[in-house]
Design a protein around this ligand. Sequence first.
Ligand code: FES
Length: 199
Amino acid sequence: MSHSSNPSLAKPGQEPDPDRRDFIFIAAGAMGAVGTAVTLWPFIASLGPAADTLALSTTEVDLGKVEPGQAITVMWRGKPVFIRNRTPEDIQAAQAIDKDAGQFNGLRDPETDETRVKQSAFGDKKMPNWLIMVGVCTHLGCIPMGQKATDMKGDFNGWFCPCHGSNYDTAGRIRKGPAPKNLAIPAYTFLTETQIRIG
Ligand code: FES
């Protein structure tokens, strides 16, 4: 597959196009901006951010239909957020690096897989299968490929940025190419075992 023929990719410095075809938006009803914030008392609302800003500040996502090995992309604060339900093989591949060599096997931006997922996602339940990241390349801001089953995923089976060839692993860590940092992890909370709030 060519690295440069995807016309829907954002160029460096551009905001991602929310209509790009390779986003997989979950069905209406599965995701909704949180509306409760906008019901604040009027006299308090007048002191805080505008209601539309509050409504966009968090996003709730239903993960119930995302099977192991699948990924979805949702928009949050104008950016794509990648959510992948990792397979045991994905997790093993990521954790194998952590155990190698003292310096995370030479990772450019050393982080263990453990630190990039919630260890107590809901109650005491560990759910390292859910990897949730801002889908913006840390080099110059392109949107990496790897969300669709047919996408290139790079040398480490994670994500591949076609703009200048950054390869991210199954924990979203930069492993090869010019990007300086791992894909960012947004603030998020598990509301139930299958529902998260981003933001
Ligand atoms: S923007 Fe340059 S490698 Fe991703």
